[in-house]
Design a protein around this ligand. Structure first.
Ligand code: GDG
Length: 456
């Protein structure tokens, strides 16, 4: 069978200390099978020798091949174009889009270096699967260096319609570059539709009813493949964790109060200021909940070198201070807010003991936290998932309470509804969600994509 070569910006080597919070690492980590190679950035930056070869590590039958970045590459490729331009634009945040020509060039140059470093490691019949927005042009760069492989690309974040993509200089070249792949995958029909509209508007090419089209002689297949989690493993971790000392301490600290939990990377796409304001709105409009409920938000810092993230952190510090200052009583503080990452098993236990999971991104490719919250619940007394209608997960998890995260009153009402929901309704909703979350394993995600990528 052909070998699978996964390429992503960051490679998560299993023995690395302090695994980072982040959906891609979690999803790919549990879908890797022996024999696979995973290629990408080591996370290290500094001096890089001309023509330096990738470092190779073996663990559990998987080969990890990594390269380092120079400081300049990190600034232009990672901080600049990937996270200062592409991330905000593809999350519909045109006001945060910061475009600099030299960063766009740095982005292209790093993609080219990825291609040059990867090519000598490839065998003729390898299947190459590239992940996420850092590496849009990698397929075209590999082709330019002569790669004749089947190469696929999966985007973990949303895609925007043509009127939005138009703010990117050279949008046409950007879209044309993506068409160097044989297969392009998205989490939802909406993302796929937006991409095909861009192909139509910028390249003048129409897809057939299945989303296939031909551009410059290459047949491109566009697929929808929603990512999933290892629900069984997460449920077991949650069940184990609720018997442990941390959950016990947490329970004691709550004094019978109900817990509303959120856990997200500290990122403006996750709608944290809006979420805190909605919680404050709940306390304003439904004062009976004061002193009987508290919200815990774990917001592990991420991308701390990107200006928009520094600003968000300052805004959140202030907002939480304002809300806690306004509502706290001598023996109750409404919001607990942490910016350090939490141990995954502990987090699973906290999800299980919470009455509500608040997952309210302004825009999200999928959102694995929503699926993890469902997986963590006990069948005897499940909590309620409140989910943004703008998360990719909302396309699958319709039995959650779906909310518009921009509507503080609407979210406050949903929290009130969830706090008052009878056990019967909670069970009914959870069972429906459970079936869907259990069906969407990481193996199914990988298999669906590879079925399209394998040569006919
Ligand atoms: C991108 C897309 C898409 C969070 N805080 C902690 C922690 N986490 C873990 C969660 C979850 C993961 O990080 C976050 O995944 P999401 O999917 O929710 O979001 P992104 O990181 O933005 O991921 C997203 C995903 O890629 C996959 O395609 O779903 O839409 O944006 O697993 O549990 N883990 C630990 N401590 C924390 O404090 N250990």
């Amino acid at each position: 069978m052909a070998r699978l070569v996964i390429v992503s910006n960051r490679v998560q080597i299993p023995h690395e200390k302090n695994p980072r919070a982040g959906g891609l690492a979690v999803a790919l980590g549990s879908g890797l099978v022996p024999g696979t190679m995973w290629f990408g950035w080591s996370g290290k930056r500094g001096h890089v020798e001309e023509g330096a070869k990738p470092a190779l590590h073996e663990a559990q039958g998987v080969t990890y091949a990594t390269i380092d970045l120079t400081e300049r590459e990190y600034d232009d490729f990672y901080v600049g174009f990937s996270n200062g331009a592409l991330w905000p634009l593809l999350h519909f945040r045109m006001g945060l889009f910061e475009f600099k020509r030299e960063e766009e060039e740095g982005y292209a140059a790093v993609n080219n270096r990825f291609a040059e470093s990867l090519l000598p490691l490839l065998k003729d019949d390898d299947l190459v699967w590239v992940h996420d927005y850092h590496l849009f042009p990698l397929g075209a760069a590999l082709r330019a260096h002569g790669a004749g492989h089947r190469i696929g690309f999966f985007l973990h974040i949303p895609f925007v319609p043509p009127a939005m993509l138009a703010i990117m200089p050279r949008a046409r070249e950007f879209i044309a570059g993506i068409c160097a792949y044989d297969v392009v995958g998205f989490h939802t029909e909406d993302h796929k539709k937006a991409f095909l509209e861009c192909v139509h508007v910028f390249l003048g090419v129409s897809a057939d009813k299945d989303g296939n089209f031909v551009f410059e002689g290459r047949r491109v297949q566009v697929v929808v493949d929603p990512i999933g989690i290892d629900a069984e493993e997460f449920a077991a971790a949650a069940a184990r964790s609720v018997r442990g000392t941390k959950v016990k301490r947490m329970r004691e600290s709550l004094f019978e109060r109900k817990l509303v939990i959120g856990a997200d990377r500290l990122d403006y796409s996750k709608g944290l200021p809006q979420r805190f304001r909605a919680f404050a709105r709940l306390l304003d409009r439904f004062p009976a909940h004061r002193r009987h409920v508290l919200m815990m938000q774990v917001a592990a810092t991420s991308r701390e070198d990107v200006d928009q993230y520094k600003q968000l952190r300052r805004d959140l510090d202030r907002l939480v201070g304002d809300i806690n200052g306004r509502f706290s009583e001598f023996d109750w503080t409404p919001i607990r807010y942490m910016t350090r990452a939490m141990n995954r098993t502990t987090l699973a236990g906290f999800y299980r003991m919470a009455q509500i999971g608040l997952v309210t991104p302004l825009r999200d490719g999928m959102n694995l936290v929503a699926k993890e919250f469902v997986a963590a619940q006990s069948s005897a007394d499940p909590g309620v998932l409140i989910l943004s209608q703008f998360a990719g997960a909302a396309h699958e998890l319709g039995e959650a309470l779906l909310v518009n995260p921009f509507d503080a009153d609407g979210v406050a009402e949903a929290i009130d509804q969830a706090l008052n929901m009878e056990l019967g309704e909670r069970k009914e909703r959870w069972h429906a969600l459970r079936d869907k979350v259990w069906a969407g394993t990481p193996e199914r995600f990988t298999e669906t994509f590879l079925a399209a990528l394998r040569p006919a």
